[in-house]
Design a binder for this molecule. Sequence first.
Ligand SMILES: *Cc1c(COP(=O)(O)O)cnc(C)c1O
Length: 398
Amino acid sequence: MSVRAGREFLAIPGPTNVPDEVLGAMHRPAMDIYAGPLLALTDSLLRDVARVFKTKGHAYIYIANGHGAWEATLTNVLSKGDKILVLESGRFAVGWGDNARRMGVEVEVLKGDMRRAVRPAEVEARLKADRKANGGGSIKAVLVAQIDTASGVVNDIEAIGQAMRNAGHDALLMVDTVASLGCMPFEMDAWRVDVAMSGSQKGLMTPPGLGFVAANDRAREVHKKAGLRTPYWDWTEREGDLHYQKYAGTPPEHLLFGLRKAFDMLFEEGLENVFRRHWLLAEAVRRAVGVWAEGQAISFNIVEPAERCDTVTAVLLAGRDPEALRAYCNDNCGVILGHGIGELSGKAFRIAHMGHVNAPMVLGTLSVIEVGLAALGIPHGRGGAQAAIDWLGEQVKA
Ligand SMILES: *Cc1c(COP(=O)(O)O)cnc(C)c1O
């Protein structure tokens, strides 16, 4: 006998819940792509993509997922044989770098691991050594993810940018914000990030299919000599005056209307409030996991509390099959948890708290996990969901 009915609670780290308002905004007939409202829509979206990245630089919208946006960043600033430094803290920056390698770029990974954030001091030391050995330095770009969705870590991008300046190195700083944009602060210009990328289907609450890139003047200068440029991704092509050029072909009309609605919702709530909501709900999750961890079988993947991100929590399960817990929560209670990926495959589950999430969804998810832990006899400290409730009760005042 299950208690599964009604709407599923999707607690995977992307795609995330799409608000009904966004779905509704896409429900409309196709329209002319050469005149009328679509042109104004594109202008407003390019402006707002730059607004959420917090940049005066140039924004680009691609019909692509995050992997496509990765390729857009790489092709526009790199040439075959260039060297880049990838900062490891999970799976995603390394995956981005793997794509670069397959395009003929020389990739060095600054070794990190699945359980901690990038250490800015290590970045500084590596870049200083590069300058010494090669005069001006041979590393052309540094790649890092703000939040790594596999490990649940948050990297300090501002400190990494500062470390690069301390080293006196002029490599481009390129940041993956797929799992962080619209969920926590990102200050592209203030942190001197040169290239940033993201996707529509996580914090931005829109179906998968739109990739976003922003580039500052320094990156656009490097772009002029980039040898990997291809017609579809090319920034220069997309900076052309014709609306058709902005998408290198037919615009993804319906997704654009959905994104417009999602931006309107985020701005109406206020980005600061959106960030605070994410932090409050993330902290509620951490309170629950902290209590469960008292039973010894459960632990946080990210060791250092300050390095745990506000959009997804990776939870290790020692000596037990996390897939059994995921199956229980899904089959019996209609809650879909994320599975462990990469090195955490078969060892962890992930609770996403990203995008269009609220207290009942997060508290419901935590309670269902607790039901699952009890039903499967997985040792855990009792009262995790209660700890989350107590936390929100303290923070969210009448
Ligand atoms: C999801 C994700 C990606 C990949 O995005 P896709 O749309 O699946 O290609 C890249 N980086 C991070 C940090 C992600 O969370």
